[in-house]
Structure formats: C-alpha cells, structure tokens
Design a binder for this molecule. Structure first.
Ligand code: DGT
Ligand code: CA
Ligand code: CA
Length: 367
C-alpha cells in the first residue's frame, strides 16, 4: 500500500466542451447544454455550460429560462444533451487512459481514477510529467482538455482535482496531504452532506482540519462505528480504497416525458418506442442478452411505479423489449386510474454469449 500514486481525471465542462469540439466556431460564445423536459421549448434545466457562460453566473441545475435571461443580449448558443455523442467521446478517452494505467476506475461519463504507481515507479516527480503526457496525448488524439489531481490515494486525488479547474494539474504528495485538506470545509469530503455539516458545526467542526483533530471515539458515538472511523481517516487523508475496474452495468434504461399527461396506450407506446430504440442500441452495441424487461412511470401526482417481466429465456432482440413493454403497459393501465406524465423502459439480468466461432478459435490457439 505504501506510496501508491493515484490520479483522478475529470473532463472540463464536459458536455459543453464536446459541443465546442463538434463546432469550433462557437468556442468563444457562451454555450449551454440543457435537458429539455419536452413540455415547452423553454422548460428544462441546465446540464452544464462552458466557462464563458459561467461568467454570466449560469450554473448546472439552473432552470433554462433563467439561464436564457442571464445570457440575454449575448450570442449564447443552446444545445439539447446528446448522450450518445458524449458517451462516444468519453469511451475514446477512457480507452487512451487504459494504456497509461495498471487499473482504471471510471466513476462517471467524465471522470476516472488511474492507478499509475508502477508506471511512475512511485515517484511524484515523474507523476507530474506523466500526467502532462496523458493530457497532451488526449488533446492531440481527441481534442478534449481535462483536469488531473494526483495523490497517494483516491480521496486526495479527487480533492486535488477539484481544487484547480479547468485544464489543471494539482499534485499533493503524501507528506503534504493533511495540510492540504486541513483548511477546506468538511463538506468537501464524500459523505458529508448538508445535515452532517450542520451536526458537525454544532460540534465545533468546520474544516477538515477540525475533524482530523476531533476525538475519534466521540465521532464513533455520534455517527456510528463505520462512519465515525471513515470520517476520522478521511480527514487525516487516509484512504486505502483500491482503484478497481467496474464491471458491466447492471441495467440499461431510458426515461422520457410525454408531450401530455395521458392514459392512452398508443400515445404512450409512441414514446416508449423511441426509448426502446435507444435502450436496444446500447444493448446490441454491448452484445448483451437480457432476462428482465421493466417499465417505469411517473403519474400526474408525481408518484412513481415500476412493473417488470422476467423472461423464460434470455433475449436480445428489439421486438422482445417492445412486446413486453406493450404487455406491461396494457396490464398496468387496466389496474390504475391516474394519468401518466413520464415513462421509462429498462432491461436487466444481462448475460453475454461469446460467438461460437470465437470460442473455437481461442480453443485452437491454446493448444
Ligand atoms: P467542470 O468539471 O466543472 O469543468 O464542469 P462539468 O460540466 O464537466 O461538470 P461535472 O464534472 O460536475 O459534470 C460532468 C457532466 O455531468 C456535465 O458536463 C453535465 C452533467 N451534469 C453535471 N451537473 C449536472 C446537473 O446538475 N444536471 C444535469 N442534468 N447534468 C449535470
Ligand atoms: Ca467535469
Ligand atoms: Ca465530473
């Protein structure tokens, strides 16, 4: 465990940067990428924005109409999120990262941990050059910039990364880690939300440094053994979590808002056909078979329900999703009275069959 070197790479203003990559002519304009609810042209929220737009106080999660108001009079451009395109770019970058790390743990579409201990022979000096090399390589091959945090573990790498964006490179050596964390507010630690922050403030803990010095036994009394010890360790920059490759996704799903509230089966199926097409594309790209098909709905009163069918045999066709989605909605509508506002389609219970031919050739290779 000694002298591990872990990097966190986080792509800068990711969705908006992808849009800049697609059309470099808009680079100097404010760019907003939004999730539109589909109800009206205006309703929806900001997913992200480039740094030009951020100068006008546009923020992730803000209603789109508010972002529009803040950018009034500018030559701002607005986009609908295009997950398929962002995923493609993300996959290309992750693929490049794989060549640079002993293990890669992708945590979201725009974030991954790299364990590079071996590659830099445990040297933080080499890690700096190595990080610059990775940044330059991705910039040349894909055209995307990102920020890297380097530390002796994932916790420190993450906070180092957050400390200087965009296009940043922050290195925190093991001997500096506690001093680096000490002045920061406790809510920078994973697991410290609003409620915990208030509780800690009552205990006289405001910064990570305050938490580090706090009696560990007392933390255990207040937060329980597991969390108390976690807080104590985290504040002292201790984190032994390994960088681990993530397995396959457990399910693939898509959700969308209906153009109007309804109980009309055909109207609903028009929407789920679009969602199914997206789900199916991902399933077939990954060459997966699924055993469960589920639907999800949000009613007008915002309550939500799911219904699912488990198939007798694993299936992999689009028709298998469509048929079962229809069946599930028919059944659900017969037993409910509320109008539906949003619908979703999900498949799970994955298996992956290797094509017969491949099995044969690998058999021959091994003898
Ligand atoms: P950064 O890392 O500060 O340069 O900017 P981003 O945009 O890369 O922000 P990050 O890393 O927090 O999130 C990565 C992507 O996730 C971002 O490009 C869009 C999406 N995202 C982030 N926050 C929100 C949100 O509040 N709502 C929605 N719908 N999407 C979000
Ligand atoms: Ca990011
Ligand atoms: Ca991120």
């Amino acid at each position: 465990m000694q002298n591990r070197i872990v990097m966190l790479a986080d792509f800068d203003y990711f969705y908006a940067q992808c849009e800049e990559l697609r059309d470099p002519a808009i680079k100097d304009k404010p760019i907003v990428v939004g999730v539109y609810s589909g109800r009206t042209e205006e309703s929806g929220a900001v997913s992200t924005s480039n740094y030009v737009a951020r100068k006008y106080a546009v923020k992730s999660g803000m209603p789109l109409f508010l972002a529009k108001r803040k950018l009034e009079g500018t030559d701002a451009v607005f986009f609908h999120v295009d997950h398929e395109y962002y995923d493609q770019i993300s996959d290309r970058i992750m693929q490049i990262f794989r060549g640079y790390a002993t293990s890669l743990e992708q945590v979201s579409v725009d974030e991954a941990y790299l364990d590079v201990t071996e590659q830099v022979e445990g040297s933080f000096e080499k890690a700096r050059e190595y990080a610059q090399k990775i940044k330059a390589d991705v910039k040349t091959q894909v055209g995307i910039s990102f920020t890297i945090g380097v530390g002796p573990n994932k916790l420190v790498a993450k906070i180092a990364c957050d400390s200087q964006k965009p296009d940043g490179l922050t290195i925190v050596r093991p001997e500096e880690a506690r001093f680096f964390l000490a002045p920061l507010d406790v809510d920078r630690l994973l697991g410290v939300g609003k409620k915990t922050m208030v509780r800690m403030e009552q205990m006289g803990i405001k910064t990570i440094g305050d938490l580090a010095k706090y009696d560990c036994q007392r933390l255990i009394e207040v937060f329980g053994k597991v969390i108390g010890i976690y807080f104590h360790n985290a504040a002292n920059a201790v984190d032994n979590e390994a960088v681990v490759e993530q397995g396959e996704a457990e399910s693939i799903s898509r959700i969308g808002t209906l153009k109007q509230d309804t109980r009309d089966l055909e109207f609903i199926l028009q929407k789920t056909t679009e969602l199914t097409a997206d789900v199916y594309r991902e399933v077939s790209e990954k060459n997966l078979s699924f055993k469960t098909v589920a639907i999800y709905m949000v009613m007008v009163d915002l309550s939500s329900k799911t219904r699912s069918i488990t198939l007798e045999q694993p299936a992999k066709s689009k028709a298998a999703i469509e048929t079962n989605v229809r069946l599930l909605f028919e059944k659900y509508l017969a037993e409910s009275t509320l109008e539906i506002r949003r619908v979703g389609v999900k498949v799970s219970g994955f298996s992956r069959e290797e094509p017969k031919q491949k099995q044969l050739s690998s058999f021959f290779q091994s003898i």
